[in-house]
Design a protein around this ligand. Structure first.
Ligand SMILES: [Zn+2]
Length: 69
């Protein structure tokens, strides 16, 4: 990843028995991203399922996650 904010934040939260929810991405550019929780607005047959969101920039330090190729 472009920064180590997730690791450093988890180290600070550990004393409070807490950690960030994150997700691993294996496709390029892969890495660990903090999870932005989403929920399905309407449920029922034929309704689209909620999609996942990945941040393009670190929400803690602002560094761009995805490297330009
Ligand atoms: Zn960061």
């Amino acid at each position: 990843m472009a920064c180590d904010c997730i690791t450093r934040t988890n180290e600070k939260l550990a004393s409070r028995n807490t950690r960030l929810v994150s997700t691993l991405v294996f496709t390029k550019p892969g890495g660990e991203y903090p999870l932005i929780r989403t929920e399905q607005v309407e449920s029922g047959r034929g309704k689209a399922k909620a999609c996942a969101m990945l941040p393009s920039y670190c929400p803690f330090c602002g560094v761009k996650y995805k490297a330009e190729e």
